[in-house]
Design a protein around this ligand. Structure first.
Ligand SMILES: Cc1cc2nc3c(=O)[nH]c(=O)nc-3n(C[C@H](O)[C@H](O)[C@H](O)COP(=O)(O)O)c2cc1C
Ligand code: SF4
Length: 352
């Protein structure tokens, strides 16, 4: 089984190629501190190679939900430290996704703070405020401060959220970034914010931490980031020192191509394949992997180097252990509900 093979990325040895992608539980304290529920949740997965903690807010106004985990205050440190510990005790490499929602949020989620975005154009319920240069520097500093905190908490890897139409993805997208300064217009300008965040975070955390990106390789909206542009940005990220890319979609989900459907891979897996063809660092692919045979096929076909299993692992936290033959029982398969019941707390999931 190819997914059982170890892989070394930068200085971390992953025991296998199965990844828990970031998935929000919306179960933090209202001030962003980690709860006992979340420690149990993340401690409940077995035999996963890389566990990525859900989107974690770097700034108070960047919150995506009223009960999102935060890393913007030292008050968050004790809970984050326990969280890193339970993941490392499970044998996985412990990663956490650092996130800023930009304009894709609302005043309830931000506890009344006005959302910020590259331009006063949003897809959320409130028109965001266009960021000044000072805002840009301050939010970049917030990423750095949060990165230092999660390192101090014991996380081994940081996943910068550069996908799904949130702040980094908003800057990349010509559909949402209408700026006429050095952060808007040409692709190089639109990529500047993400590249600067990467540079600053890498410099701040030093060599021991693996800093990588969940990268929205293309937008599924008219006038958005194209795949060709995404491939170019991926190359710039690699030139800037990134050692791993977790490919997903940008604004509005992944563009759906007829080819993807015909091949049986999800649109995001197809994006991952196209990014892998453009760069020479390992790529994590995600989307629709429910059965171990699909993970095996994706690796065998050379689509990706690691496979993230999202809802599959929510439906059965022992998915990896069972797939690897360490737990001898059938997998409780995800039923692929039209709306996953884990987007709320407490969750409701027919597989559990
Ligand atoms: C309940 C839930 C929460 C999610 N939260 C996040 C998140 O915090 N950050 C993120 O980048 N993606 C998030 N996603 C997307 C997943 O990481 C993953 O990309 C998506 O579920 C597709 O993979 P799958 O088909 O294996 O589930 C979430 C998905 C689900 C179902
Ligand atoms: S709620 Fe449905 S879609 Fe979500 S993990 Fe459970 S079975 Fe899968």
């Amino acid at each position: 089984m190819l997914f059982a093979e170890q892989i070394t990325i930068k200085n971390w040895l992953l025991p296998n190629r199965i990844v828990l992608p970031p998935m929000v539980t919306w179960a933090a304290e209202p001030d962003g501190r980690v709860t006992a529920y979340q420690l149990g949740h993340y401690g409940g997965f077995r035999d996963v190679g890389l566990v990525v903690v859900e989107a974690t807010a770097v700034s108070p106004e960047g919150r995506l939900a009223a009960r999102q985990i935060g890393a913007f205050s030292d008050d968050h440190l004790p809970g984050l430290t326990k969280l890193a510990a339970v993941i490392r005790e499970s044998g996985a490499v412990a990663a956490i996704q650092l996130h800023h929602a930009g304009g894709q949020t609302n005043l309830k989620n931000t506890h009344g703070l006005r959302p910020l975005a590259p331009s006063a154009r949003g897809r959320g319920q409130v028109v965001p405020q266009a960021m000044t240069k000072d805002d840009i520097m301050r939010v970049q500093d917030d990423f750095v401060a949060a990165a230092k905190r999660v390192m101090q908490a014991g996380f081994q890897a940081i996943e910068l959220h550069g996908a799904h139409g949130y702040l980094l993805s908003q800057f990349l997208s010509p559909a949402l970034n209408l700026r006429d300064d050095e952060y808007g217009g040409s692709l190089a300008n639109r990529a500047r914010f993400a590249l600067e965040v990467l540079d600053k975070v890498q410099a701040a955390v030093g060599e021991s931490c693996l800093v990588y990106m969940r990268f929205g390789a293309a937008d599924g909206v008219p006038g958005g980031l194209t795949l060709e542009e995404g491939q170019q940005v991926a190359q710039w990220l690699v030139e800037a020192g990134i050692k791993l890319l977790h490919v997903s979609s940008g604004v509005g989900g992944a563009p759906v191509t007829a080819a993807a459907g015909a091949e049986g891979w999800s649109p995001t897996m197809v994006l991952a394949r196209e990014i892998r063809a453009a760069v020479d660092v390992p790529v994590i692919g995600v989307g629709g992997i429910i059965r171990p045979e699909q993970a095996q096929a994706a690796l065998e076909a050379g689509l990706v180097d690691l496979v993230a299993v999202g809802k599959g692992l929510l439906a059965d936290p022992l998915w990896a252990s069972k797939a690897l033959g360490h737990t001898l029982a059938p997998i409780n398969l995800c039923r692929q509900c039209p709306r996953c019941g884990h987007y709320q707390h407490p969750f409701s999931c027919p597989a559990r």
